[in-house]
Design a protein around this ligand. Structure first.
Ligand code: SF4
Length: 387
């Protein structure tokens, strides 16, 4: 997927006569009629999406504009919470290859799915570029790295997942590959593929009752199908961690059922079987009326620990995680910059700029392609926001 011209990122407006083709079930490419024949004759599909000819790319699952991030685009893979890589100062590196989700969970911390009120852009990262940068960071971190594939959305939608996994598997310093999923895209074929590369699947399952499942995920959702897949993973070489979110007033009774399911099917071989999470109301996430206190949450977990004889209050060590030196951040909070806005940001009113080989998400009313001045207002964990 080489490109010589991809620094120009086009977002042309739609016309009815645009020609459309679809790549790997996720990427919908719309090309103005007048360019279509020339492009299709001359280039492969993947070459077309990676360079700067006029076109518009959409995520078919969410219907949002999709930015295809290649090395040649010049967009770095550090600095964004939405795509690329995140280093929070441990031996675990978060790998975020794609955004977008088929569910609309009432508790979603990033307001994902078609029902979103805030998101306007999705991203997909070219696998060679992502693996190359991960290798560089893994080398810096040293042996015993965990590559954790997660993201603002459902990672199993990533259309180049197997290519990415096979490259990660070759990185000497990576001992563990784990992946987060809502379980809806799992089937025998997918599980067999994952088994070749993945050490642990972190499965979000917040209800075993099908009706409660539909109510909290607000989409076509079959709890039975996800449970079947959970059993297949538990029977495979991979480890399974079931990670429900406790949602007061919605799934209180379900948490015990999920604990019992996890124990019954044999989740958690080397790692803990369960990672129960507390619903937290995030600034840009979906809001529930009832939010439990941490005190109440941990009290409930302690009761269940006694009842089931398992550990539910977990720490980094249980996942083999430890503190490691962070990669150096070249940008500080309070610094001011002037830079070109290279593509749309994830939310309304946001754009992406590049500063010192980092992505900065800038609140701006200017258009993509224009120059903006801004001040860095957040720089935590190497994720940069600016106004
Ligand atoms: S599965 Fe995850 S990303 Fe998708 S809507 Fe639910 S919480 Fe959000």
């Amino acid at each position: 997927m080489r490109s010589s011209q991809s620094k120009k990122i086009f977002t042309e407006s739609f016309k009815d006569e645009d020609k459309i083709f679809v790549l790997r079930n996720l990427i919908e490419v719309r090309i103005p009629l007048k360019h279509y024949n020339r492009l299709r004759k001359k280039y492969s599909n993947e070459y077309i999406i990676s360079f700067g000819e006029p076109k518009r790319i959409l995520n078919r699952v969410t219907g949002r504009d999709l930015v295809f991030i290649t090395k040649e685009s010049g967009i770095p893979l550090l600095g964004s919470a939405s795509f690329g890589l995140i280093d929070r100062g441990t031996n675990l590196i978060q790998v975020r290859p794609v955004t977008g989700c088929n569910l609309n969970c009432i508790f979603c911390s990033v307001d994902e799915g078609r029902m979103t009120k805030s998101l306007i852009t999705d991203y997909v990262v070219e696998p060679d570029y992502l693996a190359e940068k991960l290798k560089e960071i893994a080398k810096f971190k040293g042996d015993g790295v965990e590559a954790h594939i997660d993201g603002q959305g459902e990672p199993l939608f990533y259309p180049y997942l197997e290519e990415l996994l096979s490259q990660i598997k070759k990185i000497r310093e990576v001992d563990i590959i784990s992946i987060q999923t809502n379980g809806t895209l799992l089937n025998e074929e997918m599980i067999n593929m994952l088994e070749n590369y993945v050490t642990r699947v972190n499965l979000s399952l917040s209800a075993v009752n099908p009706e409660i499942g539909k109510k909290i995920h607000r989409a076509r959702y079959s709890a039975d199908k996800v449970i079947e897949s959970a059993k297949m993973i538990a029977d495979s070489k991979m480890d399974l961690l079931i990670a429900p979110v406790w949602l007061p007033g919605y799934n209180d009774g379900e948490i015990r059922n999920i604990v019992e399911l996890a124990l019954e099917i044999g989740a958690g071989k080397k790692f803990p079987p369960l990672g129960i999470q507390k619903y937290i109301s995030y600034k840009h996430g979906r809001k529930l009326k009832k939010v439990a206190s941490f005190r109440e949450f941990y009290r409930n977990l302690r009761h269940m620990e006694e009842e089931y004889g398992i550990k539910l209050i977990l720490n980094l060590k249980e996942f083999g995680m430890e503190k490691r030196q962070k990669i150096r951040q070249p940008i500080r909070k309070g610094e001011r910059f002037r830079a070109r806005l290279v593509c749309e940001g994830r939310m309304h009113g946001e754009k992406i700029a590049i500063v010192r080989d980092r992505v900065v998400t800038v609140k701006s009313k200017r258009n993509v392609g224009e120059i903006e001045s801004f001040e860095i207002v957040r720089s935590k964990d190497g994720i940069f926001l600016a106004y």
